[in-house]
Structure formats: structure tokens, C-alpha cells
Write a protein that binds this ligand. Sequence first.
Ligand code: URP
Ligand code: ZN
Ligand code: ZN
Length: 466
Amino acid sequence: MTRTLITGGLVVTAAEEMHADVLIEDRKIVALAATGSSTAAGWQAETVIDAHGQYVLPGGVDAHTHMELPFGGTSASDTFETGTRAAAWGGTTTIIDFAVQPMGGALREGLDAWHAKAEGRCAVDYGFHTIVSDVNDSVLKEMDLLTASGESTSFKLFMAYPGVFYSDDGKILRAMQSAAHSGGLIMMHAENGLAIDVLVAQALAAGHTEPRYHGEVRRELLEAEATHRAIKLAQVAGSPLYVVHVSAGSALAELAAARDQGLPVFGETCPQYLFLSTDNLAEPGFEGAKYVCSTPLRPHEHQAQLWRGLRTNDLQVVSTDHCPFCFTGQKELGRGDFSKIPNGLPGVENRMDLLHQAVVEGRISRRRWVEIACATPARMFGLYPRKGTIAPGADADVVVYDPETVQVLSASSHHMNVDYSAYEGRQVTGRVRTVLSRGTVVLDHGRWLGRAGHGQFLTRATCQYL
Ligand code: URP
Ligand code: ZN
Ligand code: ZN
């Protein structure tokens, strides 16, 4: 047995903050004791990590990533190896990625393909949601089986992207009925894709080809309308609902109204919607392509509404929707036609730091930071308390975080396999110092000590947030 001791830091969980030493045996946290207490003084360990002046946090849980996703005529540029390494650099020790059901195929085929991409390559632990692109009788049976086995207990459906991932309302209702029965969680990309496609065609016909039109045609009202419809369909089916990448204030208002009625409806937003806006999409030349994602960035007034939603718990989770495409050769596919710009932004490495900046600026508390980035995503997707907290019995996924160091986010220093940063030049206070994944130090003082293949696949319970 190997013992590791983290001494003198401020342990921050979603529930409390305490100056405590953390004792780890092999892969698990076994005990916490007040720093300076006789209990802590009696502990001995092979490895002692001095965390005085630092925060000691549970490793981040990013519940929405797309490594190597084939999308928009190309593939997301981070592999499971590069993407999970970058995640660890940014203090995230668990990702949940999306295995895609091939059109006309089984969910099993998608999961097998994603296992093959990820197995033996990840630096930190990982799980899979399933993207259901074709609801039919056998897929509904598969959803039940996957939920029961824990291989994938959450399923993403799309009201957007007709001809790619889109499901009509009848298919969505059937999937929700199945989830209501089995305990699976339906995740929804809520945008009215059929209406958006009409507006895209009209914009292009009018010669509006620049990136900023991506934001204009994907109207806020069409996110709010789809969010409302998804909520009503979930209510009819009697299923809980998790709406991914909420960007519009009016869509958030739909979630808040449903929650006020007591409905089990949850929402996720992403750093790009909290820190970026349509101003970025309108950057000169083709620069705006760097910020093309769906749901799209919104005018910056929406940011205050999203922050408020995070404070009031009308939004429960901040994930990244990390889906990187290089500017050169990938985003460029849409020069002269914004609808051909692959949709997605890089961010898996930046989430914990950007949210800490929100702590520094007084937008959220330290405990809320840990709650929305670690504890609640773990609970929402059936990984708690193994992930998302610092407590006896939890996996020793621990981040020692320096709250004082100032850093500048940049493509020249990040570890994501993408040739630009969506946050280029942004100064933030706070930086990851040491990262443990299941008791193994994978990063320390800017030195990478991890390895591809250390990360293990996680089976999951059903949603623990209901
Ligand atoms: O633009 C995005 N969000 N790309 C990834 C696919 C999705 O809809 O999450
Ligand atoms: Zn989506
Ligand atoms: Zn996504």
C-alpha cells in the first residue's frame, strides 16, 4: 500500500471549506483531519504534498466533451490522448464524452467505436453518454440495457441538425418515455433545427456568408422555443430532462419557469457563453469562425442572466462542450459559407480557471465553483461520491490549486491540440499546481508526469440529482 498526504491546504468541496490534511491510500481518499490536529500529526506517508496557501479541490468533472468527433466534414482535433491530457492540465480529472450511434446502426456500434478510440489512450478517467440519432424499437431496448448495465446512463437527442442527428418530436417523446421507465437521463440539444435551416438558406441566398450570420440565423427565440417544447415533451413522458449548452436568457427563463413548477428539469451552460459573445463572432475577416458553435454565442447581455441562473441553481452544471477544430484547414472549410464552418470550440483545459476567475470577480462563491464544476456533474451523471468530492472512500482525484498566480490564456502555452485559443490573451488569477488522478500524481509544478492509458472507463449509476 502507498500512502500520500496532502498537508495544510484549504480543502474546498461543494458543501464546506476547511483547513485539513488529506490522507490517500493507493487510489482512494481514506481520511481528512484538521491541519495541526494530533490525528493529522500522527499520519505518515511516502509522498507528502505541501499545500499551504493552496486550495485542495476535487478534480473537475467535465460532463460534455467531443474528442475525435467526426462532424461538419472533418473531425474534432483532440484525440482522447491529447484531450484528456489537456483536461488534466486544466484540473479536470474526469470527462464524459459522447459515443455516436451511426445512422441506421445500433447504439452498441457507436459505443464500440468510442471504446476503441479511448481505451488505452486516456490520461484521466472517462465515461460515455450516447448520442441517439435514430430512435427505433431496438434502440429503445438498447437504452434500457445500457442504463441497467451502467455503460451509458444518459442519452443525447438533437432538435437541431436535420439530416445529421435530428430527431422529430415523436421520436423524442418515445426516447423520453423509455428513459422515464429505465431511469436514463435525456440530454437535449434544444434548437429548432428545421426553422434554422430555412433561415440559413435565406441568409446565404442574400449573400450573407460571414461567420457572424451563424449567430444571427440561430435565433435566440428558436432556442427558447425548442427548450419549451423539450420541457413539455418531458412532462408528457414523465421523464427528467437535462438541457445542454444553454446560451440564451430566454431559454434559461423556460427552464426556471419549469423548475418553479417543480419539474425535474436541469440546465448546463459553458464557459464560452459566460465569457464570450456575438462580438467575437463579428471579429474582422474570417476570425469569427473561431467562435462558431451551436447553440451560438449570444449578445453579451445574456451573460448576466446565465451567471444569475448559476447562482439561483436554475443552471446546475458548467461543462465545456469541448469540440475543437483548428482554424487552419478546419474552420476554414467555411470560408465563403458560414454554414460549412465546423461547429465547436476548444475549452476542456480552461474551464476550472475561467470559473475560478468568476470566484475572484465575486460572481460565484468558491463552494459554488466546486459544485457546478465537480460535484453536481458527478451527481447528475451517476459518479458521486466516487468523483466530485473530497471524502473518505472517494477516488483520489485531487487538484492542488494556487489561487494567487496570474496567467494569460494562450494557444502558445495550452495543451489542447488546436491552433488557437478562444480566450487568447485573457488574464486570469489562479492556476492548477498539482493534479492527482486515482492517487497518481499526473502533473506537478508544470511538469507532466501522467501517461496515456492511466485513465479508466467509468460505468455510472443513474442520475443522483433527482
Ligand atoms: O457546436 C457544438 N456544440 N458542437 C458540438 C456538437 C454539439 O451540438 O454539442
Ligand atoms: Zn449540442
Ligand atoms: Zn456537444
